[in-house]
Design a protein around this ligand. Structure first.
Ligand SMILES: NC(=O)c1ccc[n+]([C@@H]2O[C@H](COP(=O)([O-])OP(=O)(O)OC[C@H]3O[C@@H](n4cnc5c(N)ncnc54)[C@H](OP(=O)(O)O)[C@@H]3O)[C@@H](O)[C@H]2O)c1
Length: 225
């Protein structure tokens, strides 16, 4: 199966590429190069460009796993137009290209504000910031398209393959090595998924050809809620 993975320099995308290359024909894309890139086929492409046909002609995918996003909430707040284009309208561009590829869009729990109770798949989205709005926009495009596309609303924790990325786990490990104090939250409750569990979940959902035209939430265990 030919798969295009976007955001392949990011935590989830690079991990997906490394795992999926074992038994699938994986085409990977990100906006820049990075050391230790596991991708055998990699094309530099910025999703704020309009030339998606170049990317799609190169990869001719049967499925697109769309992991790319501007994930820094403050940067999104400062660049709302770009955030909406990269995180939201990129979905429409992939769909409008008419390749017939199934799109799996990695969305976010940020389509809801922080202070809400557990939501259902069909609860109305009420994003509190530009990042959340941009992910909600991507979901809207996906639902408007119909078909077997799907969105996965998640929040992630895991290690980065790309050495220039410093996420939560890298920060914890570096602090522990330095025996530094680790200040953490005492007023936040959320359910992050281990990134490898998301990779497994995506495999399962791709193979089941989920026909519903709604986003869905998933525990790390793979049970729908
Ligand atoms: N991490 C979380 O806690 C979390 C929570 C909820 C949802 N999500 C969603 O899960 C997905 C994967 O997250 P992640 O943690 O792997 O994020 P990440 O490590 O920040 O990776 C994001 C990827 O998107 C790429 N990207 C950013 N702007 C781009 C642009 N203009 N054109 C093309 N690519 C661009 C990044 O490139 P660079 O390497 O150059 O930055 C990187 O490859 C994202 O869609 C995110 O919204 C993540």
């Amino acid at each position: 199966m030919k798969i295009l993975v976007t955001g392949a320099s990011g935590m989830l995308g690079a991990t997906l590429v490394r795992l999926y290359q074992k038994n699938m024909d994986v085409y990977a894309t990100g906006p820049g190069e990075f050391p230790n890139n596991p991708a055998r086929k990699y094309l530099k492409f910025d999703l704020s460009e309009k030339t998606y046909d170049v990317l799609l002609k190169w990869s001719e995918p049967e499925a697109i796993i769309h992991c790319a996003a501007m994930t820094n909430v403050n940067v999104c707040e400062q660049n709302p137009e770009k955030a909406l284009a990269v995180n939201g309208d990129s979905v429409k561009r992939f769909l409008d290209a008419g390749t017939g590829a199934r799109l799996i869009y990695v969305s976010s729990d940020a389509v809801f504000p922080d202070n809400v109770k557990m939501k259902k798949e069909n609860s109305p989205v009420t994003p509190a910031n530009v990042y959340g709005k941009s992910k909600a926009l991507g979901e809207q495009h996906l639902m408007a398209a119909g078909g077997s596309h799907c969105a996965i609303r998640t929040t992630l924790v895991g290690r980065n393959i790309n050495p220039s990325k410093q996420g939560f786990v890298e920060w914890m490990l570096a602090s522990a090595h330095k025996r530094a104090q680790i200040p953490l939250f005492h007023d936040a409750v959320f359910t992050p998924h281990f990134h490898l569990a998301i990779c497994r979940g995506i495999t399962m959902d791709s193979s089941q050809q989920n026909q519903r035209n709604t986003p869905f939430d998933r525990h790390g265990t793979g049970f729908e809620i």
